[in-house]
Design a protein around this ligand. Structure first.
Ligand SMILES: [Zn+2]
Length: 253
């Protein structure tokens, strides 16, 4: 059996047997990794604090035949403010669940790890609006995983003239905007105002650390939410519990 070291973020935790936890870590070195933390549910256990959702840790793991085991762990950042604010926690929980839903296990890819780490730091800062940040996170994550939405050219034929009547048609299943000629082909296509389209382009290609300066009016935020929710659902093929919870919080501020 071999020991290996990772830098990782806890993106999922569940109880296991009487006193253990199973954690899913998104690591810089190995991609998504699952490991048992023996005794983590016992009070004062050395793994207890490090095996909470969002914890950024440095860990040593022991690779087992069926499951890897946490051998040593050290907290780099616990994101305490996130845990103390229900709304921010809901945003960050969804970010973790989305990354978990879209990434296969053990696929080494550093970019999603760095994106999540940066995003958790930004969600953790109380003066940043979480909504544009989440949208930038979703768009950038999808792009990294090969699902970059086509926002400037028709996803059907590549035409650059996509406006119709001061808006565009966005087809979530095809993954982009449609020109007037292709408009009929987009299953579940929806209207997207030019304001919403512009904001999505800026969120997709801009620096995520500046996403909070992009102001999304209630109407534009709702349009982007509708478009991205449908777009992501077409990729995950299931609704994420944390997204439903976030929607409940947002509709009852
Ligand atoms: Zn077209």
């Amino acid at each position: 059996m071999a020991l290996y070291n990772v830098d990782g973020i806890v993106i999922r935790v569940r109880n296991f047997q009487e006193a253990d936890k199973i954690v899913v870590l998104l690591t810089r070195e190995e991609g998504k990794v699952e490991a048992v933390a023996r005794g983590a549910r016992r009070p004062r256990n050395r793994f207890a604090a490090a095996t909470q959702l969002f914890s950024h840790v440095r860990a040593q793991l022991f690779s087992g035949r069926s499951l890897d085991t946490l051998s040593q762990v050290e907290i780099v950042e616990s994101f305490r403010q996130l845990r103390e604010d229900l709304v921010r926690m809901a945003y960050a929980t969804y970010a973790c669940e989305l990354i978990d839903a879209l990434l296969p296990e053990r696929q080494r890819q550093e970019a999603p790890y760095l994106l999540l780490l940066t995003s958790l730091h930004l969600f953790n800062e109380p003066d940043r609006a979480p909504e544009p940040l989440l949208r930038a996170f979703e768009l950038k994550l999808l792009s990294m995983l090969g699902f970059r939405p086509s926002l400037t050219e028709c996803v059907g034929c590549g035409a650059e003239e996509v406006q119709q009547g001061g808006a565009v048609r966005f087809a979530p299943v095809l993954g982009g905007v449609l020109c007037p000629q292709c408009s009929a082909e987009g299953e579940g296509a929806m209207r997207l105002s030019l304001g919403a389209l512009e904001s999505m382009k800026r969120l997709l290609d801009g620096d995520i650390r500046r996403a909070h300066v992009i102001r999304l009016s209630g109407e534009v935020a709702a349009e982007i939410d509708r478009a991205l929710t449908a777009y992501i659902l077409a990729r995950t093929e299931r609704r994420l519990k944390s997204k439903e919870f976030l929607d409940t919080l947002r509709s009852n501020p």
